[in-house]
Ligand binder design. Sequence first.
Ligand SMILES: [Zn+2]
Length: 402
Amino acid sequence: MERDSPARPAQQHEHNLALIMRLVARTGAVSRAKLAHDSGLTKSTVTQLTGELVGGGLLREIGTGPARGPGRPANLLVLDSLGPVGIGLQVGVDHVAGYLTDLTGKIRDRALRRADDLRGDPLRVIKAAEPVLRRLINAANSTDNVVAGVAVGLPGRVRDATVVRSTVLGWSETNLPWLLGDRLDALGAGSIPVTVHNSHHLAAHAEQWFTGDNAEILVYVGGEPVLGAGILAGGQVRGGARGAAGELAHVRVSFGDLPCACGGVGCLDTVAGQQALSRASGVDMPSRSRLVGGDGPLPALLESGERRAVAAARRAAEGLGEVLGGLVPALDPDVIVLGGHFATLGAPFLERVRGELAQQCPELGADMRIRPSRLPPDVVARAAATTVTQHLIEDPAVRLAE
Ligand SMILES: [Zn+2]
């Protein structure tokens, strides 16, 4: 990889700091000699860079490794678990969930605030987030870890990691970092940078970071609270020119005939959306997130072969397969991960999606890897927290300059 080799003099220093951080993150406990070998940098440059990173609280020296040949055994370096940490929030209509993770990826604490309905005024979300933030900030303070950032995942279209438009939450052009930054200040946390991300985009990252799936191109399709997708290519989210990449809910399905909330007819959401699927199955389910309300009665109905539920799930799978069939030739993904309520619908649902996909694009669809997500329903919060620590690994110079 080009970024894993030394850079031109202009950005050399920053580049090399990041190179060392990535190598330590990848290798685990590692000696300076091995870092020099793996990076192609001289030993004295590595000594200088690691000195800065240790001084900045990003790397830490631990004991010694086995001596290779004559001479003193080498000190080993690891990512500093006592260094900066990240807070991630997951905002849904009925909850705010939070994670605190450190540079090594370890989960240090988590919190959940249930709510009846957070739609409407964004200050409702801010208010629900407050106890979650307070707990996580206290947890960080108790171990003297500095909170490097707060990242928020929510259903909506995000521009520049700041401005959010969310039909689910009823927000138009909301600058969440500005609102949340104010509240963090009021909590005495000082000025902590805040970023916002689409929850499906974070869920796609989660599949890569927390399952070890090293797919080059990964498509995550989630169902709650709104149907949508996150596309990863080379480890990076493809958000699109307007932050709208993956908005599949209102793609027209050929056999769809029901009116949609968007004003259209036969959108994928009217066939495969969580609400539509429940309604068509004859399940009168209040619209709760999986995190708060669990999987609901649908999985058991499908398991028992209940006629209406099976028919509704079949239509949902066909609709989803048809829309994905349009996407697959454009992206040629390694894997499609079905998350949200799709993950709970069982193997027959998965097989039907695969079958429809194979019909749509026989060449690519037939051996496409499709799997359900097995990550917990608050994983967007964990992924959000990881964006903060990941950023420290990818761009340590910013932290050292503070
Ligand atoms: Zn629609």
